[in-house]
Structure formats: structure tokens, C-alpha cells
Design a protein around this ligand. Structure first.
Ligand SMILES: *Cc1c(COP(=O)(O)O)cnc(C)c1O
Length: 390
């Protein structure tokens, strides 16, 4: 399969661009992650936790009301029903278990909306590990409920105060912390970004999403492959998980929704594929938003989880090879889609996930099409923002 990782690269994207002080840690991960996560005892332990602790499999819900509205067949993959409220827990638990096997009992993580921070703090509480989470000061202010949760779960929250004080800045600080604590600490990255093997490792932990979709769709309609899978993209992990087992499908079309913020021509945007160029960010070669001197442009999105100037190398490759299509969705389009989902189905989505639903109004579907939207998380953390618009 052309879309699989080869020597740490998806096509020309990916790789391992790291400071020398991280060589040992990243090399150790590279040489051991596949053996550890494919070990039967590890798989058993992870799968049991996904089932009884996280609550998997998450339902694949046929939305009669959205299907009527868009005159097609729309299924929602309910990652919002996971313990801690989003897909992030799949990866956080997997990596925390892996860290244990590597003999590391201390965890550092970055977080944007706070969902990855909460998932990581949760995994650390469960497994008796210590947890430091870097979070941009802007995000700390706009995602207060998740900050409170992380503190209750015993994590130490460190505000990042450089740049726009958002996800990119928190990631820089988390990497810096890892460099200074490389001996005993594992860095749990929250998306399919960072140096190899992170993009592949995180995609594998999230691939449970498309594995379940296939089984559930086969049971529901007798065919495991939908016509479309749609997911929002920050770094791209929920999309990678939802796409994973369809990457080789001749039938299934893959659609990503990135955050256009106030619009791609407004300079207040996080639409990396629409606006970015090839470059290196956080250890990997990918698309990123940059000025003509190659300096990273500060991103903007209403949604803290999508407010990132890069994108996972898998998506850069799917974009360039046209194996997936990507839409840029503005703040207001996302808000309108959230309103529609709340009104028609009684589901309050995360602001991030709302971007995926905005694709429904932009893409033409046939009446017979089967469309799966990955509902990556629930909107509890976003109530303050929603109340300003609804
Ligand atoms: C973190 C987050 C995202 C964005 O991250 P990806 O790695 O692109 O999935 C999307 N939705 C929710 C609910 C999130 O918490």
C-alpha cells in the first residue's frame, strides 16, 4: 500500500528531524514500538482497557434526520461517547502502556483543547504515572473545564506563553521539557505529528476507529466499505484512525476538514493544506503555514484542537497524491453545523468535530451513498464558546 509508512516516510513527508539530545529516546521508540504493540500480552491488556475502561466499541449511529436533510445515508461514528469525551484516549492509553514497557514512569504531553491533556492525565492516574502537561495560555483561558479536569486527575499544568500561546507553542515547550528529562520521561504526542515513529504509532492506536466502522457497517448494511469517510483535521489523528483501514479501498473516498478560521484570505486561519508549503515542524517534514522567510505563521481557529500550523505527514501525502480531499471550514460554518446537529439529532459536538459536519453542505452526495462522519468528541468543553453564538 502506497500510503503506508516506509523508512519513516509517507511519500516524501515525515522523517525524523530532531535535536541530537533526543536521538536515544526516539531511536529506542523506533526500534521497539512495533514489537511492543504487536505483542500478544500488550494487545490483550490494551484491548481489555479499550473495552471496559474506554467503553469501546463506540456506536456507529445512523442519523435519520441528517440523512433526510442531505438526501443520502449518514452514519456517525460516536467517538464522543468514549471515556473522557473524545478519540484522544485511544492513543493516550496505548502510549502510556508502551511507556511502561520502556521502563518510563513519567509522562509529558502537550494539549490544545485539553482533550489530549485530559486523556493523558487519565491514563497516568490509571497506571500510576506522573504527568506534566504543557498548554498554551490562550487555550487555558478558553478551555477551562478541561484545565480543571487535568488538575483533579493529578497532572501538573504548565502554561506556554510564547507565540499565540496555543498548541504549537505548547508542543515546542513539551519537546524542550523532554530534551531536559529524556532519561526517565516518555513524551505522549496527541496527534499523528512529530518525528517518526510518532505519526505511525498514533495512527495505529487510532486505527481501532476504522476497524470498528468496517465491522459495524458490514453488520448494518452488508458492506464494510462506505462511499465516504469524513473527519476533521487538527494534526490529523482522528482522521488517520477513521481513514486507516480504507486507505487501500478503491471505493471509499476520504475527506478531511481543516480549520479555515475567519477565512483562508484573512490571515486568521489554520488551513494548513490550503495555505501551507513544505517545511519542517516538530520533527517532521510536512505542510506548514509559513511566511516567505520560512518562519511559521501563527495560526488561528475558534477551535483550540484545530489551531495548529502543521498537519501530520500522512495527510500531506494523501493531499499531494490526491488520495484524499480536504476542505477548509470557517469558524461560522462550523458553528452553523454544530447548531444543525444539535437541532436535528440532539448531539452537542466538539467544535473540532463540527468542522467535519460542515462538509455535508459542500460535497454532493447521491441518494444511495453511505457517508460516515467521525464525531471525534463531545462539546461539553465548548459550551462557553457556543453560548456566544447560539
Ligand atoms: C484534539 C481533537 C481534534 C484534533 O486532533 P486530530 O489529531 O486532528 O484528531 C479533533 N477533535 C477533537 C474532539 C479533539 O479533541
Amino acid at each position: 500500500m502506497k500510503t503506508t509508512i516506509k523508512n519513516g516516510y509517507y511519500g516524501k513527508f515525515g522523517g525524523t528531524y530532531i535535536p541530537e539530545l533526543l536521538y536515544n529516546n526516539v531511536n529506542e521508540l523506533c526500534s521497539r514500538y512495533e514489537e511492543i504493540i504487536s505483542n500478544n500480552a500488550f494487545k490483550k491488556e490494551f484491548e481489555l482497557l479499550l473495552k471496559d475502561y474506554v467503553g469501546r466499541p463506540t456506536p456507529l449511529y445512523f442519523s435519520k434526520n441528517l440523512s433526510m436533510k442531505y438526501n443520502t445515508n449518514i452514519y456517525l461514528k460516536r467517538e464522543d461517547l468514549n471515556h473522557t469525551g473524545a478519540h484522544k484516549i485511544n492513543n493516550a492509553l496505548g502510549q502510556a502502556l508502551l511507556a511502561k514497557k520502556l521502563g518510563k514512569n513519567k509522562i509529558v504531553a502537550e494539549t490544545g483543547a485539553g482533550q489530549h491533556g485530559v486523556a493523558t492525565a487519565t491514563a497516568c492516574a490509571l497506571l500510576g504515572m506522573s504527568c506534566v502537561v504543557f498548554m498554551g495560555a490562550t487555550d487555558i483561558a478558553r478551555q477551562a473545564p478541561n484545565v480543571a479536569r487535568m488538575k483533579m486527575l493529578g497532572a501538573t499544568i504548565v502554561p506556554s506563553v510564547s507565540g499565540t500561546k496555543t498548541l504549537k507553542d505548547a508542543t515546542n515547550d513539551a519537546i524542550r521539557y523532554w530534551i531536559n528529562n529524556a532519561e526517565d520521561t516518555h513524551y505522549i504526542i496527541g496527534s499523528v505529528v512529530g518525528p517518526h515513529p510518532y505519526p505511525d504509532m498514533v495512527a495505529k492506536f487510532q486505527s481501532i476507529i476504522s476497524k470498528e466502522i468496517k465491522i459495524q457497517l458490514k453488520k448494518a448494511i452488508g458492506n464494510a466499505e462506505p462511499d465516504y469517510v469524513i473527519a476533521c483535521i487538527g494534526g490529523g489523528s482522528n482522521a488517520a484512525g477513521a481513514f486507516y483501514h480504507f486507505l487501500d479501498s478503491k471505493k471509499t473516498k476520504l475527506i478531511g476538514a481543516e480549520a479555515a478560521g475567519k477565512g483562508i484570505h484573512t490571515h486568521e486561519s489554520a488551513a494548513t493544506l490550503a495555505l501551507g508549503k513544505e517545511g519542517i515542524i516538530h520533527g517532521s517534514k510536512t505542510y506548514l503555514m509559513q511566511n516567505k522567510d520560512g518562519q511559521i505563521t501563527e495560526p488561528y481557529s475558534i477551535s483550540a484542537g484545530l489551531d495548529y500550523p502543521g498537519i501530520g505527514p500522512l495527510h500531506a501525502h494523501l493531499f499531494e497524491s490526491k488520495k484524499a480531499t480536504y476542505y477548509s471550514i470557517t469558524d461560522m460554518e462550523a458553528i452553523d453545523s454544530a447548531k444543525e446537529l444539535i437541532k436535528l439529532d440532539g448531539i452537542i459536538p466538539a467544535l473540532e468535530s463540527a468542522h467535519a459536519f460542515a462538509v455535508l453542505a459542500k460535497q454532493k452526495f447521491k441518494k444511495s451513498d453511505v457517508v460516515v462522519i467521525n464525531l471525534s468528541g463531545r462539546g461539553d468543553k465548548d459550551l462557553d464558546t457556543y453560548l456566544k453564538y447560539i
